[in-house]
Design a protein around this ligand. Sequence first.
Ligand SMILES: Nc1ncnc2c1ncn2[C@@H]1O[C@H](COP(=O)(O)OP(=O)(O)OP(=O)(O)O)[C@@H](O)[C@H]1O
Length: 299
Amino acid sequence: METILSINNLTKNFGNLTAVDNLSFTIQKGNVYGILGPNGSGKSTTLGIILNVVNKTSGNFTWFDGSTSTHNALKKVGAIIERPNFYPYMTAAQNLHLVCKIKGVSSQKIDEKLKIVGLLERKNSKFRTFSLGMKQRLAIASALLNDPEILILDEPTNGLDPQGIHQIREIIKVIASQGTTILLASHLLDEVEKVCNHVVIIRRGVKLYSGPVDQMNNSHGYFLLQATDNEKLKNWLLNHQSFHKITELNGKITAHLNTTVEAAHLNEQLYTSGITLTHLEKKKESLEEQFLQLTNNLK
Ligand SMILES: Nc1ncnc2c1ncn2[C@@H]1O[C@H](COP(=O)(O)OP(=O)(O)OP(=O)(O)O)[C@@H](O)[C@H]1O
């Protein structure tokens, strides 16, 4: 597998605040990565460091195989980390011509890139007539002009209406299907679930999880229980290694699982131990509940 970016023990302090805390992860070619975390978790700072616009405090990162300087490597990177900003009185095409001149790339691909983002028909419209969604799509076209190996987007759907959000997500999927690696920062779990296949979850700069999106929900779930003798039931659960968190509310006991336990098996075990259940329900947290637990309660 080809490595696009390696981040190793990256740390960024702003005075006493550690915005990025010993962060490590790797980006492999052809995947769509999400950096997911609540506001202020260090996503933009991380992107700023790898794009050479924010200085790191310690740690390191290497682009591609590490043999080129960051300056040269960034010529193969397309990034949108700020609100799209073009000349308002110039058309979409004129703005992109200017970008080509500044970047020193051919302007032959302007139409092709405008087509990808659905703006070819509007190429001769002035930028100031564009909706926010169209402006964001033009920014994506602009970032694609040099055929980058990787496209980096910071909160690409922020401030857009549902239709605009859908369009951007579909465009990202099309770009990814054509072989471009994607790294996007988002505070939206559903965005990452819909668009990405890999995720790095961070909170206060610390990595909480990294891996495939479809393996994020690795919870074994929990039981909701009630017995004729709840005290006896609680004691039994506390002495059992399959459970790690036991709470009681309104006569119902919640017992979180460390491992897979079937309801019928638990019922049988409890019955053999002289505990008669009046309620037995097996549940699993949704991905959203797990994400909130991970980002709110843990450190
Ligand atoms: N230039 C700066 N000076 C001081 N503190 C900063 C600076 N830039 C970021 N921070 C702080 O670093 C932390 C991480 O901010 P960052 O913008 O990277 O988070 P984020 O996850 O991208 O959040 P958001 O989605 O709100 O942009 C925050 O507490 C923020 O206030």
